[in-house]
Ligand binder design. Structure first.
Ligand SMILES: O=P(O)(O)OC[C@H]1O[C@H](O)[C@H](O)[C@@H](O)[C@@H]1O
Length: 292
């Protein structure tokens, strides 16, 4: 069985609903945002968190799933009033194809080309392609092609909101001894991570020179997610905690307890230069495993 349906979601937003022998998934064409992935293995839980209060409105980002931050990560680098995390997550993408692989996985290809609107925000010609492979694992690959006559520079992130049972019983492993920039303080001096990441207050960290494998351990749900990235030297870990959640209209006050973002990125000093007719591809694979 390999089913793929284009259905109408909240506020008429188009959603691709995938159902194959390995998993079910939902992808919003707005933002090319994966909103759900649930493996069919016994006891496996939903991988992705979507806020109950998420906006499904033109021009706003959907809080949850896997937002694509592109062509810049974080605040507008020019400080000229452009949206945080770029415009890819606030734009309707093209659905190019949905195919089945020999193994029975579903592969969805979505694309975004520059338009008059994107040119006013970022004056470059580009083609952005996201390939999502829904199988025993969830794999995403985001390719940027420079269609312009000049080299351009990007930063980017696959800003994944992982659903977790309880933030107090969650940790991220694999970043021991790696340095990070702490965005919650006014300092760019790198801090060394000691041991696992435990969240007991607001966490907003850019780990630079991070390894390609990290693991999210969710003790309450008795599962762990192995995060395998490619062409990314940066991992961002974010949880707004109670104080941050209270300030966000699109997140319940207690919403912070049920997600953590572990983001595969090229950000901070890990900027990517792409020459005309050249491309760059960042990727990530999530493997859900049950633990005792
Ligand atoms: O609320 P958003 O615009 O989606 O951003 C959510 C968060 O994204 C990243 O993780 C950044 O490091 C945070 O500083 C930011 O607050």
């Amino acid at each position: 069985m390999n089913k793929s349906v284009l259905a109408e979601g909240k506020n008429g937003f188009s959603m691709l609903q995938i159902d194959n022998k390995f998993a079910t998934a939902v992808i919003s064409l707005y933002g090319a945002q994966v909103l759900s992935y649930k493996p069919k293995t016994q006891d496996a839980k939903e991988l992705l968190f979507v806020s109950d209060n998420a906006y499904f409105e033109q021009g706003k980002a959907i809080k949850g799933g896997i937002p694509i931050c592109w062509p810049w990560f974080g605040d507008d680098p020019l400080n000229s009033g452009r949206p945080a995390h770029g415009f890819a997550r606030n734009t309707l993408w093209q659905h190019e194809s949905t195919t089945a692989t020999k193994q029975g996985e579903t592969q969805v290809t979505l694309s975004l080309n520059d338009t008059a609107t994107t040119q006013t925000l970022w004056p470059h010609a580009f083609k952005l392609t996201l390939i999502v492979t829904i199988g025993k694992t969830l794999h995403l690959s985001l390719q940027t092609i420079n269609m312009d006559n000049e080299t351009f520079t990007i930063t980017q992130a696959l800003h994944t909101y992982f659903a977790i049972g309880d933030i107090k019983h969650t940790r991220v492993t694999g970043l021991d001894n790696i340095h990070y920039i702490d965005k919650t303080i006014e300092s760019d001096i790198p801090i060394k991570q000691i041991g696992d990441i435990i969240v007991d207050q607001e966490v907003d960290r850019i780990y630079t020179s991070s390894p390609s494998t990290t693991t999210l351990v969710d003790e309450k749900n008795k599962q762990q997610i192995s995060i395998q990235s490619s062409a990314s030297n940066t991992t961002v870990v974010w949880n707004p905690w109670a104080n941050g959640a209270a300030k966000m209209a699109d997140l319940n006050d207690d919403g912070y307890q049920y997600f953590i973002c572990v983001e595969t990125a090229n950000a901070a000093s890990d900027t990517i230069e792409i020459a005309p007719n050249e491309s760059f591809e960042i990727g990530v694979e999530y493997t859900v495993e049950q633990i005792n």
